[in-house]
Design a binder for this molecule. Structure first.
Ligand code: HH2
Length: 274
């Protein structure tokens, strides 16, 4: 597998830095909407310790409207290309549910597809397998426009885990070897569901490498009475620390420097446990 895909060291948690090239993402929409400013932001995150850059061209925040495919490609692909032309050799992930976007980003130099659709689309799986790329399978109940209307589970941890295990088996059957499982915090889940998933995270970790995305999410704002997404750093760090404790492989975050610092200290302490 690609040498760029870091994160196989035992005890090391990889930081994925979020780069949203969108006008409407929930915490940083519009800030990096053109390639030049997105490139500067991506390189800054890399220097802060993002071993993976996760580039997204479609907001999937609750209520978000779908973006036309050519628009999503036009947002993502120039940035992937610009990073490679700039000499960036680190791992690049494309955050998309759409096979044509995945295909175009992989051709431009991306290594990983972060599929918030959870591998439901055979064409996306085919694109990943064909490129020999890696895949994130994220759980989502419903779809972004309506997913927060009335999310319901009998046992959220069991249902999310069973879904991801089944999707991973299907992806492996198509020849995709490198996979992360992601519980999809906030994607068709109430605050209660998110807390149950965080509390029961070890059950998912037992099934394979887990990527956890809690950074700045609404449930953290609800728990801490903080409506402003970019003021949720401490809550986001608490969730990352919980991920570390449970044994996740990676965390997807907006605040790379602070998260890397948190993990460096936790990793150093763990290395000294007898
Ligand atoms: N969360 C978001 C987007 N993509 N991918 C994975 N694998 N896991 C997540 O938890 C996850 C994700 C939502 O965050 P963000 O990208 O900041 O917002 P938006 O979807 O509004 O662009």
């Amino acid at each position: 597998m690609n040498a760029r895909l870091a994160g196989t060291l035992p005890g090391h948690v990889v930081v994925w830095g979020v780069v949203n090239v969108t006008p409407d993402s929930f915490s940083d929409g519009g800030r990096h909407a053109d390639t030049a400013s997105a490139l500067a932001h991506a390189l800054a995150l890399r220097s802060e310790g993002a071993e993976v850059l996760d580039i997204g061209g479609e907001s999937t925040r609750p209520g978000a409207a779908p973006v036309p495919l050519d628009e999503e490609i036009a947002r993502v692909v120039p940035l992937v290309r610009a990073l490679r032309e700039h000499g960036d050799e680190g791992a690049i992930s494309v955050d998309t549910r759409h096979a044509p976007v995945a295909r175009a980003a992989l051709e431009a130099g991306a290594d990983i597809v972060n599929d918030v659709g959870g591998g439901r689309d055979p064409a996306l799986l085919e694109a990943v397998a064909h490129a020999g790329a890696a895949l994130v399978l994220m759980h989502m109940q419903g779809e972004p426009r309506t997913m927060q209307a009335a999310p319901h589970y009998d046992d959220v941890v069991a249902e999310v885990t069973a879904f991801l295990v089944a999707q991973a088996e299907a992806a492996r059957a198509r020849g995709i070897e490198r996979l992360w499982l992601d519980p999809g915090l906030g994607f068709g889940k109430t605050t209660q569901h998110n807390l149950e998933l965080l509390a029961g995270l070890e059950r998912l970790v037992a099934k394979g490498p887990v990527l956890l995305g809690a950074s700045r999410k609404r449930f953290l704002g609800e728990l801490t009475d903080e409506p402003q997404a970019d003021r949720r750093l401490a809550g986001s760090l608490a969730a990352a620390a919980r991920g570390f404790e449970a044994g996740v492989a990676a965390v997807r975050v907006h605040d790379v420097r602070a998260t890397r610092q948190l993990l460096d200290v936790l990793e150093a302490i763990r290395a000294h446990r007898s």
